[in-house]
Design a protein around this ligand. Structure first.
Ligand code: HEC
Length: 126
């Protein structure tokens, strides 16, 4: 009987451990992990609507420039800035980069929800 209790104890400990891992992404800022995951998937698409996808121009590794600036640490610029950069890329052109390079098609071709997901994902890049 003692053995049985021991087994149950181990099993419940395992369950707690699994549940803790399943919660995942301690970096997810505020809103649901599902949105962050969806935003990451969108970001990593090579084609987004009629334009090249984010990942073709932006690295998330610090200091790595592709066509656009690395987005490592972009969360520090804030949610509003990130949203504006996606829907209206020429509103605030990053120093050292040419205007008119980042496609301005995203505001028409992505849904409000997709833009929110992208913003949520980028807000995890601290
Ligand atoms: C064809 C290349 C290209 C693609 C595709 C592209 N960008 Fe950009 N992006 C740029 C360039 C160049 C800049 C810097 C000039 C400017 O601010 O417009 C920039 C700037 C940004 C900035 C501001 C960075 C900063 O440090 O100020 C954000 C945020 C951003 N892009 C997000 C995205 C997201 C999200 C996508 C996909 C939906 C995307 N970009 C797709 C080229 C691109």
């Amino acid at each position: 009987m003692k053995k049985m209790i021991f087994v149950i104890l181990i099993l419940s400990l395992l369950l707690v451990a699994v549940a803790a891992c399943g919660g995942g992404g301690d970096k997810a800022a505020g809103g649901g992990d599902a949105d962050v995951a969806a935003g990451k998937a969108l970001f990593n698409k090579t084609v987004l609507g009629s334009s090249p996808g984010c990942v073709t121009c932006h690295s998330t590794e610090p200091g790595k420039t592709i066509v656009g600036p690395s987005l490592a640490g972009i969360a520090s610029k804030g949610e509003d800035f990130i949203r504006e950069s996606i829907v209206n890329p020429d509103a605030d052109v990053t120093e050292g980069f040419p205007a008119g390079t980042m496609p301005s098609t995203f505001k028409d071709e992505l849904s409000e929800q997709e833009i929110n997901q992208l913003v949520k994902y980028l807000m995890t890049l601290k």
